[in-house]
Write a protein that binds this ligand. Structure first.
Ligand SMILES: Nc1nc2c(ncn2[C@@H]2O[C@H](COP(=O)(O)OP(=O)(O)OP(=O)(O)O)[C@@H](O)[C@H]2O)c(=O)[nH]1
Ligand SMILES: [Mg+2]
Length: 338
């Protein structure tokens, strides 16, 4: 018997793993996600093979400050999705930690309930490397889970400012989670979070202040509602997110949340609004690949000495950064097509 994924050549190995993952082999799927995490050649080959078959799943980003209850809510959502006999994959992407990948660890026990359920797949991942790593890791993982046939793919990430924007780039629907009485957090979400939210959820509805927090958020959303930008396809569609209240700990409000997710999905499909999000995601994916390639080329042994000299000139103000970019792009064009 040949071991799945035993091939040495990345393309062959990716083909084996991809086909096995699509056929329902969860260990093969887990290995593909490890490859995505490591940005390995296997991940690239698997994406080449599977991306054309993806595009069916509803990709939902769930973000918000630490401790707001994202993982608890995800666990409750899994239960709700399974009761509706739909399948769900969860990827918790940790933007900071290169090792623990542990955004879901706190909920090990709750998630353990689904260990034997083939309709549920749960995975923590670390987003390594440069800016944009979170978006490209999330988007690639989501595409593979999509191709593997899950109806819903939930992407949990802790809100740290930039990360909301990045997770939004990987999702059809972005849920921003808040908890009552988070004080200064309200200011933080004002800046970045609300802009990317398709749905705002105040969790811990059992705590005092939940209604007040929801009312504050609603007022804030009205005050900052974007004006409709007609006829400019390059501008994202203005968002008018609803504010829901959930108590993830008991499941209260979770059926309503799933219904709201389904409505958002249906609306995006119906009026073509979803295609702007999909085009933005496509740009994120392709751009991160181009950026990786340029960076790799700059540090390639053929070019490293020149790159370092040019960067040193910029650092010492002997050369302006635009002139440096001109010089390096000429260099790379000469070196392309290796
Ligand atoms: N009272 C109450 N507590 C909740 C509720 N939902 C979650 N919690 C608690 O809030 C704490 C944090 O929950 P998590 O689900 O781990 O929060 P998280 O947003 O995933 O946290 P990070 O992944 O660390 O960013 C835990 O102690 C939960 O039990 C809720 O609806 N009500
Ligand atoms: Mg969590």
């Amino acid at each position: 018997m040949t071991r799945v994924g035993g091939a040495a050549d990345p393309a062959e190995r990716a083909t084996e793993l991809a086909d096995a993952a699509v056929a329902g082999d969860r260990r093969a799927l887990a290995r593909l996600l490890t490859a995505v995490e490591n940005r390995s050649a296997v991940a690239e080959q698997a994406m080449r093979r599977l991306y054309p078959t993806a595009g069916r799943a509803h990709l939902v980003g769930i973000t918000g400050p630490p401790g707001a209850g994202k993982s608890t809510l995800v666990a409750a959502l899994i239960g709700e999705v399974r009761r509706a006999d739909r399948t769900v994959a969860v990827v918790a992407v940790d933007p900071s930690s290169p090792i623990t990948g542990g955004a879901l660890l706190g909920d090990r026990v709750r998630m353990q309930a689904y260990a034997q359920d083939d309709g549920v797949f749960i995975r923590s991942m670390a987003a390594r490397g440069h800016a944009g790593g979170l978006a490209s890791t999330s988007a690639a993982a989501a595409s593979l889970l999509d191709a593997a046939g899950f109806d819903l793919v939930l992407i949990e990430t802790v809100g740290t400012g930039q990360s909301e924007v990045e997770v939004a780039a990987a999702a059809d629907t972005t849920v921003v989670l808040e908890a009552p009485e988070m004080g200064d957090e309200i200011q933080a979400i004002k800046a970045g979070l609300l802009e990317v939210a398709d749905l705002v959820v105040v969790n811990k509805g059992d705590k005092p202040g939940a209604q007040r927090t929801a009312a504050q958020l609603r007022a804030m959303l009205v005050a900052t509602a974007p004006r409709d930008v007609a006829g400019d396809p390059s501008r994202p569609r203005p968002k008018h997110p609803d504010v829901l209240i959930t108590t993830a700990a008991t499941g209260e409000g979770v059926p309503e949340l799933l219904a709201a997710l389904d409505r958002h999905r249906a609306a995006g499909r119906g009026d073509g609004g979803g295609s702007a999000a999909r085009t933005a995601r496509a740009e994120t994916l392709v751009w991160s690949i181009l950026a990786d390639r340029f960076r790799a080329d700059l540090h390639d042994p053929h070019h490293r000495a020149t790159t370092e000299a040019v960067l040193a000139d910029v650092a010492e103000h002997r050369l302006d950064p635009y002139a440096a970019a001109d010089r390096l792009s000429v260099l790379l064009q000469g070196g392309r097509g290796r």
